[in-house]
Design a protein around this ligand. Structure first.
Ligand code: DON
Length: 557
């Protein structure tokens, strides 16, 4: 592409006016959109040879572990929401778990103060990884191709190596001081990698080869399990072989709700994604959003005030339903949600400090990645997977060739105190052995008039929920293409801290001034999320929206 064309396209994407419809990649049969071209390619090749979306999920997930090691992983976990060609839906939870030896105050000192960094970096921040169990579970239940056919191309990719993009070289560079701090031995990522260098992942290739030959037991009971446990413990961690042996992914009922003529299907606990989306959508449904205009002052006010109320509930009520009871019927009740918005007015701000979780009567009783796949049979998956922070705990097992997550930071280390995303957790999300930490990951599928309409999701910690919200609204209310919807400027409020995070340089200064004059605090956020989605425009027209904020790529056929 000529430099001048590139500049014009970039300007169009990053201008704050959104009245240009630029379609993304369009295909007839199938589409994969992920954070790296190499991963999307492996996914689409699987579909081309007759595999289904679930086979492609396994290939894409593992290919991301190779090509996008800051978030793609075998040392982390994730969630998948699916909708099959026949309309049946479900969700898989392969989220990490707290180790058996974990305990509520493990990140506090003798004065009950948080020990800075302990839940964020190094071996103690690692949760029991779920990714390998997750992909095998998906394959066992829905896969159609032999596992070797799916994993072999990933191993080839790891051996051949992956080209370093500008984003990746910067990300590695930024993190090297932490790699050196956390890892005693030299690791692959301590080397200097420039743009267009190739990184070969031969140790990861050999681990994947063993997993391909011996199945998930290799990771949870076999040689790899033993090496992993000994590595973690040598570095001061508490994960044991028993933790790995006991790890099981769980099939969950997704959260399903209506918004206008859409049916939205999203992730259930231990993610807060589906519940918060349900709450926010229902709180804003009575208003005529389209008439306010996209990213107008009134649109921002309405979304922000609904988001505050939902995140206040998140902090109080939500956690792992295997351990606590979430009063789902109550907090998703239409009357309750309308009541939550009763004091909302375009004329005044509800200050976060004055806002708490709702009152209900309980009757006893920076770094993640998302990919979306639609196959030629009409099956759709939305998958978000993570190490939590960029390169997770920064702890890299050189021998096995992968990073370990720092997902333990998603628990509330101390009730009322923020985690690395500024999220305040409560009692419901305290650390308990074998519990899953509360997540914001929101892989989501949307139906319109009973038919598959969208599949989408994003990384971004707490901003995941509001990015998914805005992307659906961009398509539904503001008639954007998928490409435009994922690339539009975004904002976010999470109750605490009491400010609107905003992609400041991409918003109209007049709108920002009005919000400031009205009394909102704005905190500049270079970029919020990287949404990858697919829009089903008609039976033979799929549009992939790959977020230009990253190296994300849509490939269809
Ligand atoms: O599960 C969660 O909500 C977080 N661990 C996700 C982290 C994330 O999205 C980081 N990405 N930028």
């Amino acid at each position: 592409m000529k430099a001048i064309t590139k500049i014009i396209i970039t300007l169009l994407f990053f201008s704050s006016c959104n009245n240009i419809i630029i379609e993304g990649v369009v295909s007839e049969n199938a589409m994969v959109v992920s954070a790296r071209k190499e991963a999307s390619q492996i996914g689409i090749n699987i579909l081309k040879k007759g595999g289904n979306a679930f086979d492609a999920m396994v290939g894409t997930e593992l290919a991301l572990a190779v090509s996008y090691p800051s978030a793609g992983n075998i040392g982390g976990g994730g969630f998948m929401v699916y909708r099959k060609f026949d309309g049946s839906i479900g969700a898989l939870d392969y989220r990490e778990k707290a180790p058996l030896k974990s305990y509520e105050t493990m990140y506090l000192d003798e004065n009950n103060e948080i020990i800075e960094g302990l839940s964020v970096m190094g071996a103690l921040s690692v949760g029991v990884p779920g990714t390998i169990a997750g992909v095998f579970e998906v394959h066992e239940k829905f896969g159609s191709l032999p596992i070797e056919e799916i994993i072999k191309p990933v191993i080839e990719l790891a051996n051949k190596g992956v080209i370093v993009t500008r984003n990746q070289s910067e990300r590695i560079k930024e993190n090297q001081k932490y790699f050196k701090l956390v890892n005693r031995d030299e690791i692959l990522f301590n080397k200097e990698f420039k743009i267009n260098d190739t990184i070969k992942y031969s140790n990861l290739a050999s681990t994947l080869n063993k997993i391909m030959l011996n199945g998930k037991d290799e990771f949870y009971r076999g040689e790899t399990a033993k090496k992993l446990v000994s590595f973690i413990q040598k570095n001061g961690g508490i994960i044991s072989l028993e933790d790995l042996e006991k790890y099981k992914p769980k099939w969950r009922e997704p959260i399903v709700f209506k918004y206008d003529d859409l049916k939205i299907i999203s992730m259930s606990p231990p993610s807060s994604g589906g519940i918060c989306l349900n709450q926010i959508f229902k709180m804003i449904e009575p208003y005529d959003l389209e008439s306010y205009g996209h990213n107008s002052v009134n649109y921002i006010k309405l979304l922000v005030e609904a988001e505050k109320r939902s995140f206040a509930d998140r902090s109080h009520f939500l956690g792992d339903t295997d351990f606590i009871r979430i009063p789902l019927n109550e907090i998703l009740n239409q009357e309750y949600l309308l009541k939550r918005m009763q004091d909302f007015s375009f004329e005044k701000i509800t200050v976060s400090n004055s806002l708490s979780h709702g009152n209900i009567n309980i009757n006893e009783s920076e770094e993640t990645t998302h990919y979306s796949i639609v196959d030629q049979f009409g099956n759709a998956v939305a998958v978000t997977t993570t190490l939590n922070g960029s390169f997770g705990s920064k702890l890299y097992c050189e021998e096995l060739g992968f990073f370990l997550n720092n997902e333990m930071d998603d628990f509330s280390s101390k009730p009322g105190f923020p985690n690395m995303y500024g999220l305040i957790g409560g009692e419901a999300n305290k650390i308990e052995p074998e519990k899953r930490m509360l997540s914001s990951m929101s892989p989501t599928i949307v139906e319109k008039k009973g038919k598959l309409y969208m599949t989408l999701g994003t990384p971004g910690g707490s901003t995941i929920i509001t990015s998914v919200l805005q992307t659906i609204l961009n398509v539904h209310e503001f008639k954007m293409s998928m490409n435009e919807a994922v690339n539009s400027p975004r904002f976010h409020h999470q109750w605490m801290p009491d400010s609107i995070r905003i992609e400041s340089s991409r918003f109209n200064p007049k709108i920002k001034n009005e919000l400031l004059e009205f009394g909102y605090k704005l905190s500049d956020k270079g970029s919020i999320g990287r949404v990858d989605g697919i829009l089903i425009k008609s039976q033979n027209k799929l549009e992939g929206g790959a977020d230009k904020r990253g190296d994300d790529t849509a490939i269809g056929y």
